[in-house]
Design a protein around this ligand. Sequence first.
Ligand SMILES: C[S@@+](CC[C@H](N)C(=O)[O-])C[C@H]1O[C@@H](n2cnc3c(N)ncnc32)[C@H](O)[C@@H]1O
Length: 208
Amino acid sequence: MSERNHWQGVYQARDSDQVSWYQDVPASSLALIEATGLDHHERVVDVGGGHSTLIDHLLASGWDQVTVLDIAGSALAAARRRLGTRARRVEWVERDLLAWQPRLPYALWHDRALLHFCNDDAARAGYLRVLRAALRPGGYALIGTFAEDGPEQCSGLPVRRYSPASLAAWLGADFTLVQSRLDPHRTPAGKVQHFQFSLFHYPAGRGA
Ligand SMILES: C[S@@+](CC[C@H](N)C(=O)[O-])C[C@H]1O[C@@H](n2cnc3c(N)ncnc32)[C@H](O)[C@@H]1O
């Protein structure tokens, strides 16, 4: 089964608030986004955003240049339905991240739980290539993944787990780790999954 079909199927099979990664309030993401100090008129992309409620919170706090990208159109459609007329204030991109060519640079890249599905070297290299192409000098990457003691699988797929240090080592020297936090996520079924969120400045020592 293709990756797209896998994710489409996952989203079509369950209500929005029943997927294991559902969050009513993405508190770690919101706290670390504010920690960047970026102006809310800067460009933000949520990669693998699915139907996350992050977009609702960003719009509510005045972010007005937000792109949500996902391989599963069904997830984006669910987010658009939920947002109603507010959905018009968002750029929606239904695309495989690894094949995406950003049109304009972003000040902030947000990823909660996409990178950890990039298991092989080609996918990880592709992710890094798109990340570098998307960020403006002095921009930030906020990446949330399963932590080193997090689950080994999600949604029937194997994942690669990270610590802030292993993520920093993989991203390379031009990404400076600014802040990180461990985030125990309670799934709708009541299980606790350990995530880590790490905020990086790119490239080191340049820009805002
Ligand atoms: C575990 S979900 C997390 C969704 C969202 N970030 C959240 O926190 O609610 C992973 C998301 O990544 C998307 N995804 C997986 N591989 C992708 C790819 N190669 N390109 C774009 N999106 C992808 C899936 O469709 C899914 O929405």
